[in-house]
Design a protein around this ligand. Structure first.
Ligand SMILES: [Fe+2]
Length: 251
């Protein structure tokens, strides 16, 4: 074992944190949030929780077939591949998912890209399912609404900038809103399954602009998908994440 790998051996006091990932910590923090787990299971250190609502629940904005394929096939593949990589490098499975992603440069080179793509994929999708829901949309509420007005120029400007970032993201990727511990918001786009967690930044919310997220219904019309997506954003869930970030529980 080289010196870098040894650094993954954490203090016993951190053990209670190890089996909870980004979404798992939300669970601990807010209870009623949709269940997405990073808990230890017999199949590997990472598990894929069921969608927290029916696949058709986001119709007509996101169709049921897209939701089923997206969750059951795409997200499942990230989980399966991440478990395989972690099973071959058990010292990595002792880290929380945000910690694993933040410490990618220390991950053995042979498995670094696999962890980057599949660990990022798991974190991004777990966040994604949790901030959408049926009978959602409308204007932001609570502390998130205030932060959007303060940091992003209000809801209309925020949507415009966010949608433009998602439209301009070349190829596959994501557009996110990050929040620091003081609550300041920022819009960032990242390619592939990269996540601001890799830079130590907490993710408040984000939209998936991979074609697998929208192609069956919207074909090449990514801008239409981005515009429709706001109808399924669950602002209560976003506010719960915001509170968890401000408590330091999502990073
Ligand atoms: Fe996706």
């Amino acid at each position: 074992m080289n010196a870098k790998v040894k650094r993954f051996v954490l203090e016993p006091g951190r053990r209670e944190m190890m089996l909870a990932g980004a979404a798992g910590l939300v669970l601990a923090a807010v209870g009623a949030m949709p269940r997405v787990s990073f808990a230890q299971t017999a199949g590997g250190p990472v598990s894929l929780a069921p969608l927290p609502y029916a696949p058709e629940a986001l119709e007509p904005h996101i169709d049921a077939q897209t939701m089923s394929l997206h969750h059951d096939k795409h997200h499942q593949a990230y989980v399966t591949n991440l478990n395989k990589a972690l099973s071959e490098h058990s010292q990595l499975a002792t880290l929380t998912l945000p910690e694993l992603l933040r410490r990618l440069p220390e991950v053995p080179e042979g498995v670094r890209n696999t962890i980057r793509n599949n660990g990022g994929g798991h974190a991004n999708h777990a966040m994604f399912w949790s901030i959408m829901g049926p009978n959602a949309g409308g204007t932001p509420t609570g502390a998130v609404a205030e932060a959007i007005t303060r940091d992003l120029g209000g809801f209309e400007d925020f949507k415009k900038t966010f949608n433009a970032a998602g439209t301009k993201q070349f190829g596959s990727g994501w557009v996110f809103v990050t929040a620091d511990k003081a609550g300041k918001l920022e819009i960032v786009a990242r390619p592939n399954q990269d996540t601001p967690l890799m830079e130590g930044k907490a993710v408040l919310m984000g939209n998936d602009v991979w074609e697998h997220a929208y192609y069956l219904k919207y074909q090449n019309r990514r801008a239409d998908y981005l515009a429709a997506w706001w109808n399924v954003v669950n602002w209560k869930a976003v506010n719960d994440r915001y509170a968890a970030i401000r408590r330091g529980e999502l990073i």
